[in-house]
Design a protein around this ligand. Structure first.
Ligand code: SF4
Ligand code: SF4
Length: 303
């Protein structure tokens, strides 16, 4: 069956000329919604699966109008700080339209498969020249299963290379279905230990590991990627644990992604606490011994 090009999804960004999201030059589509809650997440605005409203405090002059007009009673102002209760906000847009300082902004919009493909196909010559194509990211693209599947099928009908960035947290039957139109999978590995993974992200690593192994066995181009987070998975014993898991999966290589603070500002916009605010970034030179553990154990690790 062909792609349903009228299928609709909620996305929060389409980024062109990406060179770190799979092979060649790519257009990356960021979808909203994620089943994990990693406290270091660089895209916290992606976690909710629906359109949401952000407050830009630098533009706010604390008139209180948003609190008065919000029909859902979602706005609270305490000690001069505006907070939106995302469990109450219906994203009706009233405060976005009426805020005199334009301090309320909408994050995320609905687009059809065809609307996204029209944007992605604008750069076909660059994909052909570089071996690039379309990447689905997020959030977790698996959360919008039908939209993602139709978008990937549509991309294949257009003979594009397809890639995803994923946690792999989904039922294995559904995973087996959605990887059919995928060429490359960039697979997040947060922790090698199931309990540590659950404590930090809210879910176990069992499904992701099972699905990663299935993708390798299906002959897909799989690249495991490990975000190296201070105090969570950056001990040399963790590198040993990861290599054991990689061998179980049948992976031969992995990419290390040193922790950075790129998402800090977004936590402020969302009115969320950021536990890693004062944690220094890691650099490649900090992780040389860590990298060496992978190589000594037969895994081709790189940054
Ligand atoms: S209406 Fe706009 S300027 Fe006034 S308090 Fe709300 S966000 Fe700030
Ligand atoms: S978008 Fe609507 S429901 Fe949400 S905070 Fe603004 S006025 Fe309230």
């Amino acid at each position: 069956m062909g792609a349903d090009r009228f299928a609709c999804g909620t996305i929060f960004n389409i980024q062109k000329f990406c060179v770190n999201d799979g092979p060649g030059i790519r257009t990356t589509v960021f979808l909203k919604g994620c089943p994990l809650r990693c406290p270091w997440c660089a895209n916290p605005e992606s976690q909710l699966a629906r359109v949401q409203v952000l407050h830009v405090s630098a533009k706010c002059f604390h008139c209180g109008h948003c609190r008065e007009i919000c029909p859902a009673g979602a706005v609270d102002i305490t000690e001069g700080r505006v907070r939106i209760d995302q469990t109450k906000c219906t994203a009706c847009g009233t405060c976005v339209r009426e805020c005199p300082g334009h301090a309320m902004e909408t994050e995320g919009e609905q687009k059809t498969v065809q609307q996204v493909l029209d944007i992605v196909l604008q750069d076909r010559p660059f994909y052909e020249e570089s071996g690039g194509g379309l990447t689905l990211s997020g959030g977790e693209f698996l959360m919008q299963f039908d939209f993602s599947r139709n978008l990937l099928l549509g991309a294949k009908e257009e003979e594009l290379h397809t890639c995803c960035e994923t946690t792999g947290f989904i039922d294995p039957m559904r995973f087996g279905e959605i990887i059919q139109p995928l060429d490359t999978l960039l697979f997040d590995m947060k922790h090698w230990d199931a309990d540590a993974h659950r404590r930090a992200t809210g879910v176990s690593n069992e499904l992701p590991l099972q699905n990663m192994k299935a993708a390798v066995e299906a002959g897909k181009d799989v690249l495991p990627r490990i975000p190296v987070i201070p105090g969570f998975n950056n001990a040399l014993s963790d590198a040993e644990g990861f290599t054991a898991r990689l061998h179980e999966i049948g992976a031969k290589r992995c990419q290390l992604l040193p922790f950075h603070q790129f998402g800090e500002n977004k936590y402020d916009l969302l009115g969320k606490d950021y536990r890693y605010r004062d944690v220094p970034a890691l650099h490649q030179e900090d992780l040389e011994s860590y990298l060496a553990v992978f190589r000594q154990n037969g895994i081709e690790a790189f940054f």
